[in-house]
Design a protein around this ligand. Structure first.
Ligand SMILES: NC(=O)c1ccc[n+]([C@@H]2O[C@H](COP(=O)([O-])OP(=O)(O)OC[C@H]3O[C@@H](n4cnc5c(N)ncnc54)[C@H](OP(=O)(O)O)[C@@H]3O)[C@@H](O)[C@H]2O)c1
Length: 244
């Protein structure tokens, strides 16, 4: 497929590398401009482009930018064809992104993103640590393969994104409509806990909306304080313990 990725950081660059390795034609953009991305693009097998080029002549656009940056992208989508599927990988951390009252009041994060860019959204790859995405993908037949939730309102678009999730090395799990996607936000049992598909379905069901934001804020504070001393496995263990 022809895929444009906006955001070339931990998640965007990893998705570019993995999807290019599967034979997809990948364009990648950041905020600073394609001239700052030439080496990265070459290394991952993608083309460095502007944001406008990333959304032109593609079938799928993946947004992998800080949560608050989506407001800057509205104009980029103005002339994008309606059948282009837009995927959102983002998570909201008020300490980093600035407080957004509607989201603090309970609007699901990807519903807010969808409103910013005025496009339907499929939410995927948000509930996986960058290190998990990069290092822990497995073959479909491998035991204990980690699963990733995929939410969205259009079944056809969701199926396309689920196939891409599969190609990045993870079991895709249909997590329902975008309005239910709070179940895979930070602070829930589905979020960055490295579960199998069956475990993930149970975790999505068990999500407690009333606790999620405070769990999110407690955990991120702990992770920031621990800095580089906290291991990948410890982060997963703490996520599991705090949301159990
Ligand atoms: N890191 C994780 O473990 C993880 C896991 C799952 C989901 N996520 C979510 O995925 C998203 C990306 O995370 P990340 O860790 O990959 O972030 P990151 O490493 O900080 O990279 C962010 C990228 O977004 C670009 N960007 C920022 N504002 C932009 C704008 N207005 N237009 C175009 N590009 C813009 C940046 O470009 P410049 O450098 O040129 O500014 C950079 O390439 C976030 O919403 C995050 O919450 C992260």
């Amino acid at each position: 497929m022809k895929i444009g990725i906006i955001g070339a950081g931990n998640i965007g660059a990893t998705l570019a590398r993995k999807l290019a390795a599967q034979g997809h034609e990948i364009k990648i953009a950041n905020s600073k401009g394609p001239e700052t991305l030439a080496d990265l693009a070459r290394n991952v097998g993608a083309s460095a482009v502007s944001k406008e080029e990333a959304v032109a002549d593609v079938e799928v656009v993946i947004l992998s930018v800080p949560f608050g940056s989506h407001s800057d992208l509205a104009t980029v989508f103005q002339n994008v064809q309606e059948d282009v599927i837009v995927v959102d990988t983002s998570n909201y951390y008020p300490f980093r992104d600035g407080a957004i009252p509607e989201v603090d009041a309970g609007k699901p994060e990807s519903v807010w993103v969808s409103e910013q860019i005025k496009r339907p959204i499929v939410k995927a790859w948000n509930a996986v640590l960058a290190a998990t995405l990069s290092e822990r993908g497995q073959q479909p037949t491998d035991k204990g393969r980690i699963a990733i939730p995929v939410a969205g309102d259009d079944p056809k678009s969701k199926l396309v994104v689920m196939k891409l999730v599969e190609e990045t090395g993870f079991d895709p799990v249909d997590s329902g409509e975008l309005g239910s996607s709070w179940r895979q936000q930070s602070g829930t049992p589905a979020y960055c806990t490295e579960l199998t598909a069956e475990e993930l379905k149970a975790a999505l069901e068990a999500a407690d909306r009333s606790r999620a934001a405070s769990v999110r804020d407690t955990l991120i504070k702990q992770f920031m304080e621990a800095g580089a001393t906290i291991s990948h496995d410890d982060m997963v263990a703490r996520n599991r313990a705090a949301t159990a």
